[in-house]
Design a protein around this ligand. Structure first.
Ligand SMILES: [Fe+2]
Ligand SMILES: [Fe+2]
Length: 409
């Protein structure tokens, strides 16, 4: 949803972006420089659109890296806590305090909550800076490792900075914050409020935070299309029908410099998956390496070996949708928690099947907890439905779990 708001801002804000591009007219050179410059400027504009689009897609890629810290700091479901923080002004001490009390182990008494928070933060109220530092820096690293430019990486690194300098973690202010970060910051807040409380609430919040959180010119830009009904019809239509893969396909061809292999992308995503909990550190990478060992031993051809490597890297991508409260729970899981765990191969399948050439890979990844006796999950497949690739992946996955004495693989 942020993407729609983002695209619209770019369309309406073309001039705003162009003001940041150096344009020099020279009419004395005998060629139609106006035409050339306008073509070049158009290319620049598209290039910037592409980069902004990529930054929007990747803006939360560092999120898994602080999930464990959020779970421990609040002793609560990290996914819920992370959602709730989007709805408050955490720069306001009273709002922050209420948030901390309400989100620390819901249901516990006040004494427990306060003593837990004090012991986790050592009395230092800079928890937000700690969490954003982990997330923003990881997001920056991921963008660079995927081959994106510093424009994209910095857009993510400075995403939580505020116009007045009270953001997090670097406290830079005004135009020192990269333009892309300023655009993404307002778009993501707008989207959270629009999709949860409606458009009026979204406009109210960005105007309330104008010149505090957000660049005032960007807020004015949003306000300029508030009464354009055609925009909002398209917005609701978009919410119902959007497909993130289709949305990007026109832009993906633009940047020919992004020459990165599926293997490299999968390696980066394995890093994102594996940093979600300390228990899963390097799990996906090891599973992928075991898959290669077995595939080579069985004499598979190179493309099949590479396939097994990539599916090993991505098999647990669905774990990103499971709370750390469950993934890191010491001791036995209750029935409800185990039901949640059983969903992660299904999530892996659903995420991966969106990639056209990954149809079969999604099937294999989604089957990594199936068993020959039919007692696996999430589909309870029978022996004849579990092929050789699925069996190899399942063995490598369990082997790594046993080797590292974890119950959840
Ligand atoms: Fe696994
Ligand atoms: Fe798994």
């Amino acid at each position: 949803m942020t993407l729609y708001i983002l695209f619209f801002t770019i369309n309406k804000g073309g001039k705003f972006l162009m003001d940041n591009v150096f344009v020099d007219y020279d009419i004395d050179k005998g060629i139609n420089l106006l035409e050339v410059l306008s073509a070049l400027s158009h290319a620049l504009d598209i290039k910037e659109t592409f980069e902004l689009y990529c930054a929007a897609l990747l803006k939360d890629s560092g999120c898994s890296s602080n999930a464990s810290r959020v779970y421990k700091a609040f002793d609560s479901d990290d996914l819920k806590t992370k959602f709730n923080v989007k709805l408050i002004d955490w720069t306001n001490i009273i709002e922050s305090f209420k948030f901390a009390i309400n989100n620390t182990k819901p249901g516990a008494n006040l004494f427990y909550k306060i003593s837990h928070l004090l012991s986790e933060t050592k009395g230092d109220p800079k928890l937000m800076d700690e969490l954003t530092t982990i997330r923003c820096n990881k997001g920056f690293e991921i963008a660079i490792s995927l081959g994106f430019s510093y424009n994209v990486a910095n857009a993510i690194k400075f995403l939580d900075e505020h116009w007045d300098g009270n953001g997090s973690p670097y406290k830079i202010k005004g135009e020192k914050i990269p333009l892309f970060s300023r655009i993404l910051s307002i778009c993501q807040t707008f989207e959270v409020f629009a999709s949860n409380f409606g458009l009026q609430a979204a406009f109210d919040i960005i105007n309330k935070r104008k010149a505090k959180w957000f660049d005032p010119e960007l807020v004015d830009l949003f306000n300029s299309f508030k009464n354009d009904n055609s925009v909002w019809e398209r917005y609701y239509n978009f919410l119902e029908n959007y497909n993130i893969v289709d949305l990007g396909k026109d832009l993906i061809d633009i940047d020919k410099n992004l020459n990165i292999s599926t293997k490299q992308i999968a390696e980066t995503f394995a890093l994102i998956i594996d940093t979600k909990t300390p228990f899963t550190y390097n799990h996906s990478k090891r599973v992928a390496d075991y898959c290669v060992l077995i595939s080579n031993e069985l004499g598979f051809e190179n493309n099949r070996v590479e396939f097994m490597y990539v599916v090993g890297l991505l098999h647990d991508i669905g774990k990103l949708g499971v709370s750390n409260k469950i993934l890191e729970k010491p001791g036995k899981l209750d029935d409800n928690e185990f039901e949640m765990i059983k969903l992660h191969p299904k999530y892996s399948y659903e995420i991966l099947k969106n990639i056209k050439s990954f149809g079969y890979l999604a099937n294999v990844a989604g089957s990594h907890h199936e068993r020959l006796d039919g007692k696996g999950y999430y589909q309870a497949l029978k022996e004849h439905q579990i092929n050789e690739d699925m069996r190899i992946l399942a063995v490598c996955d369990v082997f790594d779990a046993l080797r590292s004495e974890r119950l959840i693989s």
